[in-house]
Design a protein around this ligand. Structure first.
Ligand code: ZN
Ligand code: ZN
Length: 519
């Protein structure tokens, strides 16, 4: 028989209730009242919280649809900060303080919390990040080579909307595009995505391409804008192919010819100017952290390892980049008109895997597939994922911002994990001038729709009325999770009933104001 708790969770999922709500203590600064409220966890993966992941996916679909065929330039006057944004900044501040006060064992937990809040803030449309100092730009001779693209450059106009075409007969249309970009081949693969000859499949290049994929996409967009001469906007989703290499589905506003795309794709590359990782320097006797010096030293000689910046300075003008990432020559591009079946199908593709982690998109079902996954994970194990990666110690370099406790092969960066397979970046990439709306705007649109149907006034507290604080899991006044879930399910059922009544029955003005809550 199923456990009661499990059944409750399934019921919560069915009713769209977050299964890992975050309790916050809310102080009403006007009345002094204090209350614990639950806010949805906001997970994007359905393996973590299906209702939150699904509602985020729906917002992404709204966002994609809104921007794709825009006919007028979106408005970019910055809005005043919303209550949501202020709450997030407040939570961000508390998390920062906790991080700064915490001992080593808790650091990574708080760092994770902070990166979640940062992502949440960015999703509400806040630009820039808090607590990150701008690194001084390194001016290096190698930069010149990075920018050398053979493409002719045109001045980029401010236009972001697509051109209008007129058909014979006078009918006007404004087509947009759906583009799919893939990485190069690493060796032939069979239908199930596994290599025909695992021994010669280039796992190292596959691993490096995946790690640097996001930068390659950036460069493609830059080149594209310069080449076609307008401020191309896109909504893109990164997901793995069956062979486990990341690829990109991209909705582009406006059209670009296949010939132009082919040229830009062929001329786009990302050079990685990192210290060489061809030969490991330390394998058995690893460098040790020296407390007095505050750096890693050679365990045998006591010599201090070169810092990240010193190692970069040693890369000479005649050296080769440590890696060059490129797209494969194959690409797929289709013109798409607003509101058509094709447009809906493409949005379906873009949103299909958004609630799944990379490894869940194509779950390994056969031994061959499982072995393919583990060979790729093995190739990623000692591949540096970023300048701060612990793996730099293996190659005789202090990782950037080095601290004690780093072990090559045990970097905690996302890229190394089987759930990411090299790609540690964001799964949805949306250009800044896509829809002129943030995810919060789209969420508000949805709420407003409900409010309109119900004919109730939404609860809008006076700005600054509430102050919030995290509630610890063992706080005596916190009700058990099961009880909190039951309350939310009951609320949800009642809310649905009222919504259905309002939509189908005669208008009902006696609906309580609490029904306006949708999340
Ligand atoms: Zn949730
Ligand atoms: Zn790493």
């Amino acid at each position: 028989m199923p456990l009661a708790r499990k059944v409750l969770e399934e019921s919560a999922i069915q009713h769209g209730v977050c299964i890992r709500p975050v309790p916050l203590r809310r102080y009403d600064l006007a009345t002094g009242e204090e209350k614990i409220i639950d806010i949805p966890c906001g997970a994007t993966l359905s393996s973590v919280c299906p209702p939150c992941a699904e509602s985020k996916r729906q917002l992404r679909i709204d966002q994609c649809r809104t921007g794709w065929h825009l006919e007028q330039e979106p408005d970019f006057t910055p809005d005043p900060a919303t209550e949501d944004q202020k709450l997030l900044v407040q939570l961000r501040s508390q998390a920062q303080k906790s991080l700064d006060d915490s001992d080593d064992s808790e650091v990574s937990e708080w760092e994770e919390t902070i990166s979640e809040i940062n992502a949440e803030l960015a999703a509400t449309g806040v630009r820039g990040r808090l607590g990150v100092e701008k690194a001084a730009r390194r001016v290096r001779t190698t930069r010149r080579r990075q920018d050398a693209s053979e493409l002719p450059k045109r001045p980029v106009s401010a236009r972001t909307v697509g051109k209008v075409y007129e058909a014979t007969g006078g009918k006007k249309f404004r087509p947009s595009m759906f583009l799919t970009l893939t990485l190069d081949s690493y060796g032939r693969v069979t239908k199930d995505g596994t290599p025909v000859q695992p021994a010669t499949y280039d796992y190292q290049r596959a691993a490096r391409d995946a790690i640097h994929f996001a930068r390659l996409v950036d460069r493609f967009v830059q080149n594209l804008r310069r080449f076609v001469g307008f401020d191309v906007q896109y909504f893109a989703a990164v997901e793995p192919q069956r062979r486990l290499a990341p690829h990109l589905h991209m909705a582009i506003r406006g059209t670009i010819s296949r010939a132009e795309l082919r040229e830009v794709i062929a001329a786009t590359y990302h050079q990685v100017w990192w210290p060489s990782t061809d030969e490991p320097v330390y394998v058995d006797q690893l460098p040790e952290w020296h407390d007095g010096i505050g750096a890693y030293v050679d365990a045998g000689t006591g010599e201090i390892l070169p810092t990240w910046d010193q190692a970069l300075d040693e890369i000479g003008p005649d050296d080769e980049p440590s890696h060059v990432a490129r797209f494969g020559r194959q690409f797929d591009a289709q013109g798409v008109l607003a509101g058509t079946k094709d447009a809906n199908r493409a949005i379906g593709y873009l949103a299909k895997y958004l609630t799944k982690s990379v490894d869940q998109c194509h779950e390994a079902a056969t031994d061959d597939q499982r072995e393919h996954v583990s060979r790729l994970v093995e190739a990623l194990r000692y591949e540096p994922c970023s300048p701060t990666c612990a793996n730099w110690l293996r190659y005789g370099v202090q990782p950037k911002n080095a601290r004690p406790g780093l072990h090559p092969g045990a970097c905690r960066g996302k890229a190394h994990k089987a759930t990411h397979l090299g790609y540690g970046g964001r799964r949805v990439l949306v250009s800044r001038k896509w829809s002129g709306k943030t995810l919060t705007d789209h969420k508000t649109d949805r709420k407003n729709w409900v409010v309109e149907v119900l004919g109730v006034e939404p609860e809008t507290p006076a700005p600054g009325r509430y102050s919030f604080e995290y509630v610890s899991r063992d706080d005596a006044s916190l009700k058990p999770l099961t009880v909190r879930l039951m309350h939310r399910i009951a609320e949800r059922v009642e809310w649905r009933r009222q919504l259905d009544a309002a939509r189908h029955g005669p208008s009902n003005h006696a609906i309580s104001a609490t029904a306006g809550r949708t999340s």
